[in-house]
Write a protein that binds this ligand. Structure first.
Ligand code: FAD
Ligand code: MG
Length: 360
């Protein structure tokens, strides 16, 4: 696994919550030292670095973090788009035109993703697995080949696989049967499943009585409660460079999810082709380089952040509104920042203020 390429965090946490949480060097965010101990865990899952932290009794917190780690490993297997597991088995069945009975967890994940796809006008489209594979993004390593042939891209755009092609039907025996009206549907939950995992982890922490906690899946982050009686202090990574562009304080239950085009891409002839595909063109979305969404539901935030990158600099406010997302910050390829009016007061820029900041 190319850790060197993926050892990033799109959002980081202030040093005051425990430098060990970061695992990736110092945070740029100044915070005072915290007194309440934070039990932490670091692991590598979902193809990225994962950090967990919880305040409270250390032994109980360790036990709870163990359970979350085990559950994440199962999610990673069951929901993987290109390694053996339940989703891959389903994708193979759909490729053969067969239906397949799936677990309740996968059925509800697919329903949730279908709802988000519909709300986004199919800009968030996890049925695009064939196109994502065509561009070689279902891989652990950075690709360096020529982009796929225009005819192959065009064929998949014409066939237009989408989540509404899926049938998910409960059977009399209680099983959930999944089939597709479109033989080109392949499910890739890379833009969604980490959000679902965040929600699950915070639910589990709360059920265990751990109400002050943080879960960070490679920069897709969710927090609960507070850190040592104060808000969690979070930095959003600068899409150009290694530093932090903005700091955001968060408390209660919130997910701060960032989709970016800057760390996962293929390169050919001096040009970068990032991993988020615009379903309309079948080609990488390039105008928005980073979209950060704050929302109570992490899965919805994950889907929305991906959709807003696809929507681009003109249309993101409309898609955010359609998805009921009020807190957004997007950064475009020229370094300009766009924010919603609800987001703007929450964002403190770190370092030089961006040349253009539009509040819409
Ligand atoms: P997001 O914007 O949230 O998601 C972008 C990803 O969604 C793309 O990489 C693609 O997979 C998919 N996508 C592209 N265009 C669209 C679109 N228009 N609509 C919807 N989805 C789209 N990475 C590895 O390198 N190795 C692994 O072993 C690995 N295992 C994983 C296992 C699981 C269960 C999951 C969920 C992810 C795994 N990943 C792995 C990471 C994954 O491949 C993506 O890199 C990652 O999910 C990108 O997430 P993001 O938050 O950066 O961007
Ligand atoms: Mg996403």
């Amino acid at each position: 696994m190319s850790m060197s390429r993926r050892n990033f965090l799109k959002t980081t946490l202030g040093v005051g919550i425990g430098a060990g949480m970061l695992g990736l060097g110092a945070s740029l965010l100044p915070t005072t030292a915290a007194h309440a101990a934070l039990t932490t865990r670091e692991m590598y899952v979902f193809g990225t670095l994962v950090n967990l932290g919880a305040e409270g009794d250390a032994a109980h917190a360790q036990h709870t973090l163990d359970a979350i780690e085990q559950r994440f490993l199962l999610m990673n297997r069951d929901w993987h788009a290109w390694k053996a597991g339940e989703l891959s088995t389903l994708n193979a069945a759909l490729a053969d035109g067969r239906s397949m009975a799936v677990s309740d967890e996968l059925a509800s994940l697919l329903r949730g993703a279908r709802d988000a796809a519909q709300a986004s006008g199919d800009l968030f489209n996890p049925a695009l697995g064939k196109l994502i594979a065509l561009w070689d993004f279902q891989s652990d390593v950075q690709q360096r080949g020529e982009p796929p042939a225009a005819q192959e891209i065009a064929a998949l755009c014409t066939s237009a696989p989408r989540m509404s092609d899926l049938r998910i039907e409960p059977q009399k025996d209680g099983r959930q049967m999944v089939s597709s009206l479109n033989p080109d549907v392949r499910i890739d939950l890379g833009g969604y499943a980490k959000g679902v995992a965040l929600d699950w982890a915070l639910d589990h922490l709360a059920a265990e009585g751990l109400h002050n906690a943080v879960v960070n899946l490679g920069g897709n982050l969710a927090i609960a409660g507070q850190r040592d009686g104060r808000p969690w202090h979070i930095g959003v990574r600068h899409p150009q460079g290694e530093g932090v562009i903005a700091a955001i304080d968060a408390q209660g239950r919130e997910a701060i999810v960032t989709s970016g085009t800057y760390e996962r891409f293929r390169e050919w002839d001096g040009q970068r082709y990032p991993h988020i595909i615009d379903p309309r063109s079948g080609r990488p979305a390039t105008h928005v380089v980073s979209a950060t969404v704050i929302h109570a539901d992490a899965a919805w935030a994950d889907a929305a952040a991906t959709a807003l990158v696809v929507a681009g600099t003109q249309d993101w406010p409309e898609i955010a509104a359609r998805m009921g997302i009020t807190q957004v910050m997007v950064i475009d390829a020229e370094g300009g920042v766009g924010m919603t009016a609800v987001m703007a007061p929450r964002v403190s820029f770190v370092g030089a203020r961006p040349a253009r900041v539009d509040v819409v």
